[in-house]
Ligand binder design. Structure first.
Ligand SMILES: Nc1ncnc2c1ncn2[C@@H]1O[C@H](COP(=O)(O)OP(=O)(O)O)[C@@H](O)[C@H]1O
Ligand SMILES: [Mg+2]
Length: 236
C-alpha cells in the first residue's frame, strides 16, 4: 500500500477534460515527480488531492483510507500539506508568524521550538522577523515550505517550488527535499526545473493533456521517446 494512491481520477471543466483518468502512487520516504507542459492538469490534480476541487470521477486514498469526499481541513488532519504555484503567504505577517499560524491551526505542542526548528531547517532563520510581503521569491518559497511542514504532514505536495529560484537556491531546495524524505515524508513534486526533478526524484510521472503518458525512474523518463516529443524537447 502506497502513502497516496490516486485511482482513475478525472476532472472535467465544462468541455475541458483537465484530468482524464489518472493513476498515481506516492510512497512514504520518496520524492515522486509530476511533470508535463503548461495546461497538462498538474495543478488541477493537486487541487483534487488537497480537497479544493471535486473530481468528476475516481478515488484518492491516504494510508489506505478513502479521502475522496473529505474536506481540505480533514485531509490536512490526516497529514496532507501543500504549497501553491502562486505564493499564498500572509503578506503583512512576519515570516515567523506565517509559520506559527499553521502550527497553531494544527494544534501542535511546543509551538515556539517547532517554529524555530522549521525556520532553521529550510534555512530562513535570519529572516524570521521580516514581513513576508518584502521577501524575494526564493525566500518566500522556502517559507511556504516551512509553513506546510508546520502542520506535521506525512505527505507534502509542492507546486513549482523552484520557480523564481536561482541555481544555488534550487540546489539547496533539492538538498532540503532529500533530507525531509529521509525522515519518512512522502513528496509529490510538480516542477519545471528539469535538472532539479531529475536529481531528486525517485520516480517520475509525465502528464500530457490530462493523461499519464510515462512513469519511471529519472533515467528511464529522460530517454522515453514519447516524453521527449511531448515535453522535454518542446521549448518552454
Ligand atoms: N477552474 C477552472 N475552470 C476551467 N478550466 C480550468 C480550471 N482550472 C484549470 N482549467 C483548465 O484545465 C487544464 C489544466 O490546467 P492546470 O491544472 O492548471 O494545468 P498545469 O498546472 O499542468 O499547467 C487547462 O486547460 C486549464 O485551462
Ligand atoms: Mg500548474
Amino acid at each position: 500500500m502506497a502513502l497516496l494512491e490516486i485511482r482513475e481520477v478525472m476532472v472535467r471543466f465544462g468541455g475541458v477534460m483537465a484530468v482524464g483518468g489518472v493513476d498515481l502512487d506516492v510512497q512514504a520516504g520518496e520524492i515522486t515527480g509530476l511533470i508535463g507542459p503548461n495546461g497538462a492538469g498538474k495543478t488541477t490534480l493537486f487541487n483534487v488531492i488537497s480537497g479544493m476541487q471535486d473530481p468528476t470521477a475516481g478515488m484518492i486514498s491516504v494510508n489506505g483510507v478513502d479521502i475522496s469526499h473529505e474536506s481540505p481541513h480533514r485531509r490536512a488532519k490526516r497529514g496532507l500539506a501543500r504549497t501553491f504555484q502562486r505564493l499564498e503567504l500572509f503578506a503583512s505577517l512576519t515570516v515567523r508568524d506565517n509559520v506559527r499560524v499553521a502550527a497553531e491551526l494544527a494544534s501542535l505542542t511546543n509551538i515556539d521550538s517547532t517554529v524555530d526548528r522549521l525556520l532553521e531547517k529550510v534555512g530562513v532563520s535570519h529572516l524570521a522577523d521580516k514581513t513576508a510581503g518584502e521577501l524575494p521569491t526564493g525566500s518566500a518559497r522556502l517559507v511556504e515550505i516551512a509553513r506546510a511542514l508546520a502542520t506535521g504532514p506525512e505527505l507534502l505536495l509542492l507546486d513549482e517550488p523552484a520557480s523564481g529560484l536561482d541555481e544555488s537556491e534550487s540546489d539547496r531546495l533539492g538538498t532540503l527535499l532529500r533530507e525531509l524524505t529521509e525522515d519518512g515524508l512522502g513528496v509529490l513534486l510538480v516542477e519545471h526545473d528539469m535538472s532539479l526533478v531529475m536529481r531528486v526524484c525517485d520516480s517520475i510521472y509525465v502528464l500530457d493533456l490530462g493523461m499519464i503518458i510515462a512513469h519511471g525512474t529519472p533515467e528511464y523518463i529522460q530517454h522515453d521517446p514519447q516524453v521527449l516529443q511531448a515535453y522535454l524537447g518542446a521549448p518552454s
